[in-house]
Design a protein around this ligand. Structure first.
Ligand code: NAD
Length: 487
């Protein structure tokens, strides 16, 4: 059976490359190739830049309210095609349909809608300086680049294009080579909604295509989502042309559960923050610090619910709530971490093995895994695993728990469960993380800025401030009086 071959989406249409080079994309739940994609060669790359220049000229000349109207039309199309797009995400990523159907497209559309609404409200300043005055204009940057990870492919493309386009920029987006189709569909939707050709181009490929984007002198900013190590390479490369950067990177986030917490709620948060999207979420609370007085109660309920309530299998089955990991390589990596957890002396409370569900026997499944009796020096407690592997640790002193939670070079997210309102805020204010939850975990609405402290990131996505990150301020001094000159 022949599989489709997708080309790069440039200037409002598909563009064939000249090298003929393609790569294969597999469904992680079946291990079968589902389609091929053409790599963006030099010919496609040049076309992407040239059309983005044209697109930017047209788009940036439109009023914010005109751009807003077009983006809102795209939002309408995204929502109308929810199921078609959600299915693409399930087949590309291996995540459960029951998640993609209500989260991936919706949260992407929400962000575009949010920035479409904000764009016409963005204003400059003016101030008198004596009889003269100055005013400022918020101008778009020009051509921006977005580079995406594979866990929320369409959502990431929406989170980057929403503010970039609302502010009047053109965006060249490179999705992960593991999950390239969602971004193409978004490009078609933008174009259908009336976004001018060249304003949103999609280039395909792996690291080399990403590197080209980070090096290009024609690109003013790169917004990257991916691993810390790749992020460092992107920043170093972007420095060559002094590009602005936004970095959304990895985490090893702590959740602190105090002895007055609602334990069932805390268990729900821990399970969501480790097993949703089979653990492939950057903000996951993979280090759970539980107060010694409730430790036994917490792990007993966690074990029961993990063993009874999780259904792995064909991700398109709406009953399934644990999907397949993204690739064979990643599966091996996650299983390697589980072996390390065992060899370094953690207690395996549940899980720990690869799964072969009857409905998807060739998929890259890992059982939801909980390690208890963990210590801070274990590899599974220190490194991001990006799979369904939770580490539980005990604490008995608030200050000590905060110190241990902060003892990492990462700082993406953090959470606290307690009924003591003062303690909740006192603790969360001391945790070194950019995205925090109190008696909750994981929600990330369009209105709320998100991003990391320390090596988990630079800059923010979502929230009002992000629109500013896609503009530059032009100051204009207006002379109302004669110039005083010594010459
Ligand atoms: P990755 O770093 O391997 O790849 C991310 C993207 O970078 C891909 O598109 C890849 O092709 C590209 N790339 C690879 N090398 C490059 C280079 N040298 N120059 C430019 N681009 C290059 O990450 P991944 O495995 O796709 O995603 C998983 C990681 O993403 C995890 O660490 C996770 O925590 C992180 N993540 C973070 C957030 C966030 O918002 N903070 C969200 C999702 C995922």
């Amino acid at each position: 059976m022949t599989t489709p071959v997708y080309q790069n989406f440039i200037n409002g249409h598909f563009l064939k490359n000249q090298s003929g080079e393609t790569f294969a994309v597999k469904n992680p739940a079946t291990d079968e190739v589902i389609y091929h994609v053409e790599v963006a060669d030099a010919f496609v790359q040049n076309a992407a830049i040239e059309s983005a220049k044209q697109g930017f000229a047209t788009w940036s000349a439109m009023t914010p309210i005109e751009r807003s109207r077009i983006l809102l039309k795209a939002v309408e199309l995204l929502r109308a095609r929810n199921d078609e797009l959600a299915k693409i995400e399930v087949l590309d990523t291996g995540k459960p349909w029951q998640e993609a159907e209500c989260v991936d497209v919706q949260t992407g559309a929400d962000v575009i809608e949010y920035f479409a609404g904000l764009a016409p409200a963005q204003v400059g300043q003016q101030q008198m300086v004596g009889e003269d005055f100055y005013y400022t204009r918020k101008e778009p940057l020009g051509i921006c680049a977005g580079i995406g990870a594979w866990n929320y492919p369409l959502q990431i493309a929406c989170w980057k294009s929403g503010p970039a386009l609302a502010a009047g920029n053109a965006l060249i987006f490179k999705p992960s080579e593991e999950t390239p189709l969602g971004a193409i569909k978004l490009a078609e939707i933008f174009f259908e909604a009336g976004v001018p050709a060249g304003v949103f181009n999609v280039v395909q490929g792996a690291a080399e295509v990403g590197q080209w984007l980070t090096q290009s002198d024609d690109i003013e900013k790169v917004s990257f989502t991916g691993e810390v190590g790749t992020g460092k390479k992107v920043v170093a490369s972007a420095a060559g042309s002094l590009k602005d950067v936004t970095m959304e990177l990895g985490g090893k986030s702590p959740l602190l559960v105090f002895d007055d917490a609602d334990i069932s709620q805390a268990v729900s948060a821990a399970m969501l923050g480790n097993f949703y999207t089979q653990g492939e979420i950057c903000t996951n609370c993979t280090r759970i610090y539980v107060h010694k007085n409730v430790y036994k109660q917490f792990i007993d309920e966690l074990k029961t619910r993990t063993e009874q309530n999780i259904i792995a299998g064909d991700p398109m089955n709406p009953e399934v709530n644990l999907g397949a990991l993204i690739s064979k390589n990643h599966h091996e990596l996650v299983m390697g971490y589980i072996d390390k957890g065992i060899s370094e002396g953690a207690t395996l409370l549940t899980g720990g093995e690869a799964l072969k569900p009857d409905s998807a026997p060739n998929g890259y499944f890992v059982a939801p895994t909980v390690f208890t009796d963990c210590t801070d020096d274990m590899t599974i407690v220190k490194e991001e695993i990006f799979g369904p592997v939770m580490s539980v640790l005990v604490f008995d002193d608030e200050d000590d728990a905060i110190r241990r939670a902060n003892d990492t070079h990462l700082g993406l997210a953090a959470g606290v469960f307690t009924k003591d309102i003062k303690r909740a805020h006192r603790v969360i204010h001391q945790l070194q993380a950019g995205i925090c939850w109190i008696n909750s975990y994981g929600n990330s609405p369009a209105e709320m800025p998100v991003g990391g402290y320390k090596q988990s990131g630079i800059g923010r996505e979502n929230g009002i401030e992000t629109l500013d990150h896609y503009t530059q301020t032009k100051s204009i001094y207006v002379g109302m009086t004669d110039i005083e000159s010594p010459f």
